[in-house]
Design a protein around this ligand. Structure first.
Ligand code: 1GP
Length: 236
């Protein structure tokens, strides 16, 4: 795929620094066998709550990356950094605007070897990120493939993130996106609530991201780790 620091990730938990998670739950997540934890959220993210969550995850060996989504949310100390660029919006500030502002401020401190842009394609109109960025979520397959080619072939982004946050997506569409990408690693996130959906997502995307269910049903969240890894090992 791309030889990057996240290339081997198949299952990822995404934790929201704004939400409360007990030490016991965090221990279970960090020792679950997941390939990595991404810290990120669409609202209420502050320097302080990121530092707090990072320092708790740092007690474990699991890889931990930060999705930098606000100007004051660039916190040092993570294994890696993702910079989201929203591709299906006409609001330029979400494509390159805020990112350029961030580079004006922190550009000389960026650990480039561990930093990767994510081409976000947001496909659930109800997701907070969709509302915030005014994403055009109603994409046909033709629209989606064009966005994938834009990200993968023209912009050469290392990650394409198909974001359905809060709702399980169309796996046929996700699979089409993955097979259309030549270089990029295709992440899928949204609505995974247990083994069955985790398997379907693992069949469709390169990397499966599990978020909300961590906070509402920890056992179901934990069950997704082996579900994803079993699909991947059955392909080997
Ligand atoms: C959110 O893609 C992730 O950014 C995961 O989505 O919270 O719906 O699992 P869920």
């Amino acid at each position: 795929m791309n030889g990057s620091w996240f290339a081997s990730w198949r299952h990822v938990f995404k934790l929201d620094p704004e939400r409360v998670i007990s030490d016991e739950a965090l221990d279970a997540i960090c020792t679950s066998g997941t390939d990595a934890i991404i810290v990120g959220g669409s609202s209420g993210v502050t320097f302080e709550n990121i530092v707090d969550l990072m320092s708790r995850i740092r007690r474990y060996e699991v890889d931990c990356a930060l999705e930098v989504s606000t100007l004051d949310g660039a916190v040092p100390g993570f294994d890696g950094y993702f910079i989201p660029l929203v591709l299906n919006t006409s609001r330029a500030e979400w494509i390159t605007g805020w990112q350029t502002e961030g580079l004006k401020e922190y550009g000389t401190f960026v650990p480039w070897e561990e930093t990767a842009a994510q081409g976000y394609i947001i496909l659930n109109a109800e997701a907070t990120a969709a509302k915030l960025t005014e994403a055009q979520t109603e994409l046909t397959e033709t629209d989606l493939i064009a966005h994938v080619r834009m990200a993968d072939r023209l912009m050469r982004l290392p990650v394409i993130y198909l974001e359905y946050s809060g709702r399980f997506g169309d796996m046929q569409l996700v699979k089409r996106a993955r097979t259309s990408a030549v270089h990029a690693q295709v992440f899928y996130g949204g609505g995974i609530d247990g083994v069955d959906k985790a398997r379907q997502a693992a069949e469709a995307a390169h990397t499966v991201v599990v978020g909300n269910i961590v906070y509402s049903d920890l056992a179901a969240a934990l069950s997704t780790v082996s579900a994803v890894h079993e699909v991947v090992s059955s392909r080997l």
